[in-house]
Design a binder for this molecule. Structure first.
Ligand code: RUQ
Ligand code: CUA
Length: 672
């Protein structure tokens, strides 16, 4: 088994060669395979091209949302084609549309650490109704500076970001319960919590005594989606890795994998692997919410940001929160349990029935599957083996249902097809392994290139998976695509899982770095897609709704330009009277009331990005001219045949110059 990884690597050039041959065969229009299940030596299905071909003008069957990892955004791909449809900026500034640069959206990236225009986004999660994806919102975690974001799927825009206090590395996040009652976010790193707020200044030698983790319960408004941090549970100072909500019978529960339960403060690669077992933590969120509502929660000082985009003005506003409520497991019997699990487990995934909790221990030789009903029994019978911080620890055997034998090397994540099968990604042996939930035997394997992290089946983490496709998201793409210098594209592979045997259909490169992903039938999202914003409802304080209202005014050293944009001119397009050192605010309103007609706005020397204004909306670009002269501005989006003509000039005079403010489009108008 050990040599499998190297074997696969060596085989790659040959595999690529065979793939090229297969492509050639398809181009010639001859299919050599005997149909379903047939594959070339490289494992590519003989009818792969046909299976993923979405004809020009036709739409994909699914939207898929891949996390951007250290890119801080999410990307939207159509499936099965693998076409990139959009990049949604979330925690990262985005030059393409000005997100995080323009005045309206900047506040989205405010945190207690100041303006943080980057994060490490790992796990998108679709909102749910009755445990099924409903296509309303997409939640995502910021790993580095703990945050949870919400994207509105009518506009594909980030509309809310909640910072998480008492957290450091928001990795096991964000996990919605079956009806988005809560989105749950656990900390990866434990930190010494100062009960007067923030982290305490203590020596790392005190790790064992002083460090604690936290699990945050973010309440979601059922109608509007707005988030509110309801309470936290302060948990033992382990590392919390991944989480997943229960379903059906287990839907009141959420499960977390933990590592470093040794609570070692240094060299965790050794220190965190001493114990033979770490834990799967089981938390009854309904009971926790009940405890919190019934006065068991205490309050502590905290300092964190909550940023929300206003629907009518399109202006983000930050609110600073100063307290957080918390529960201690020792005060709340029945709320939390620990299940021994193979050491350093990574993914925890609950099958569609809600009965099986699958723990992928990346260093383990088997995949343990725990039973929810056995866990209920064990609680009843008190089959415990001690406790930690008042949290009972189960006897391993009392909760274990079975172990999947010899699954492969480095199991990470598992998803389900809704037809009784589970699929686990194997990081080290670079394969997807299919096994049966009925008898826990492995029934199929598919090599992937290389080192797969997450895998995703549309709805594969819900009550009702759509077991047609599986997407493997791979960490290493060496040899897979044309080389592009030291940094290569990341890679996703689309696998057909509708039959007995998995069939490799498609490789598609992705922008960095997909961890997890979600997918949903297009028909659940597409009909609700907003085409433009209603200009009449635009409540931006500096919007102008007709050209005759455009203005340029001076307020001290701030010059406010209220500008309109419509095919194919800006009003005004001649501005004078600005002085060196002024702050010029271009409030540009796009007057269009038609789909797919954004106008861009950029001015020479601006220290931001362009801003891309959607039809009916207003956006503001800030510009501080540093020298006198005449500077052009223009529309950046090729909006019409006369797009190149959509331009203007702004004159900047030395400080104290007598040139008065004036502006015009066509003929000159005096200053307002
Ligand atoms: S984690 S593979 Cu956030 Cu598994 Cu990425
Ligand atoms: Cu407007 Cu180009």
């Amino acid at each position: 088994m050990k040599s499998l990884f190297t074997t696969i690597k060596k085989a790659a050039p040959a595999a690529a060669f065979t793939l090229a041959l297969a492509g050639g065969a398809v181009l010639q229009g001859c299919s050599s395979g005997p149909g379903e299940g047939s594959a070339t030596a490289a494992g590519v299905a003989s009818d792969a091209a046909q299976a993923v071909y979405v004809a020009p003008g036709k739409h994909d069957e699914y939207y898929s949302f891949l996390s951007g990892g250290f890119n801080g955004q999410m990307s939207v791909y159509g499936l099965p084609s693998g076409r990139l449809l959009k990049i949604i900026p979330v925690f990262t500034q985005h030059g393409e549309n000005g997100y995080g640069y323009n005045e309206e959206s900047k506040a989205m990236l405010n945190t207690s650490h100041g303006f943080v225009p980057w994060d490490d986004l790992h796990h998108p999660k679709l909102s749910r109704t009755n445990g099924m994806t409903d296509g309303r919102w997409l939640f995502a975690n910021g790993n580095n500076t703990p945050r949870v974001a919400r994207v509105d799927l009518t506009t594909f825009e980030t509309v809310e970001i909640m910072e998480i206090p008492n957290s450091a590395g928001n990795h096991c996040s964000p996990y919605p319960t079956d009806n988005n009652e809560y989105v749950i976010a656990g900390t990866r790193f434990s930190v010494p919590l100062d009960m007067k707020g923030g982290t305490a200044d203590v020596s790392m030698d005190e790790y064992k005594d002083k460090f604690r983790g936290s699990i945050s319960f973010i309440k979601v408004d059922q109608e509007k989606g707005d988030m509110e941090l309801d309470f936290q549970i302060l948990v033992p100072g382990f590392d919390y890795d991944l989480a997943n909500g229960g379903k059906g019978p287990s839907s009141d529960w959420v499960f977390f994998t933990t590592y470093n339960t040794e609570r070692s403060g240094t060299l965790k690669e050794l220190g965190a692997s001493q114990n033979d077992r770490d834990y799967l933590a089981a938390v009854n969120w309904k009971l926790a919410a009940k405890y919190a509502a019934e006065g068991k929660a205490k309050e502590m000082p905290a300092y964190y940001y909550h940023n929300k985009m206003d629907k009518d003005t399109h202006i983000a506003k930050s609110t600073i929160k100063k307290t957080v409520r918390y529960l201690l497991p020792e005060d709340c019997p029945g709320m939390m349990y620990l299940i021994p699990a193979p050491k350093s487990p990574h993914g925890i995934d609950v099958d569609p029935s809600g009965e099986h909790m699958v723990v992928s221990g990346k260093l383990a030789a088997t995949i343990p599957v725990f039973s929810f009903s056995k866990m209920q029994e064990a609680i009843k019978n008190k089959s415990f083996d001690g406790e930690i911080n008042g949290i009972p620890v189960f006897k391993y055997e009392s909760v274990l249902k079975a172990e999947v034998p010899e699954p492969g090397l480095g199991p990470l994540h598992t998803e389900f097809d809704g037809k009784g099968n589970a699929y686990t990604s194997m990081f080290v042996s670079s394969e997807i392994v299919k096994w049966k939930l009925s008898d826990f035997t492995v029934v199929d394997r598919m090599p992937v290139y290389y080192s797969v992290g997450h895998l995703m089946i549309p709805g594969g983490d819900t009550h009702t998976p759509d077991g047609k496709y599986l997407v493997a998201m791979n960490k290493i793409t060496k040899d897979r695509y044309l080389p592009t210098g030291p940094e290569l594209a990341h890679s996703a592979q689309l696998i057909d899982i509708s039959g007995e045997k998995m069939r490799m259909l498609l490789d598609f490169p992705t922008v960095a770095e997909p961890h997890y992903a979600q997918a949903i039938k297009a028909e659940k999202v597409a009909p609700n897609s907003v085409k433009f914003y209603d200009l009449a409802k635009n409540k931006h304080p500096h919007a102008v709704k007709k050209e005759s209202d455009a203005s340029v005014t001076r307020e001290g050293n701030v010059v406010r330009v209220k500008m309109t944009a419509i095919r194919s001119h800006m009003t005004p397009d001649n501005i004078e009277g600005v002085q060196v050192g002024d702050t010029v605010l271009f409030h540009v309103t796009n007057l269009e009331q038609d789909w797919d007609v954004p106008h861009g706005f950029a001015v020479m020397g601006a220290n931001t990005a362009e801003t891309l204004i959607m039809p009916g909306a207003t956006q503001t670009l800030r510009w501080v001219p540093k020298k006198a002269g005449v500077f052009p501005f223009y529309c950046t989006d090729f909006c019409s045949a006369l797009h190149q003509e959509m331009q203007g000039y702004i004159r900047v005079s030395p400080k104290g110059s007598p040139v008065p403010i004036s502006f015009s489009t066509g003929k000159k108008k005096p200053a307002a």
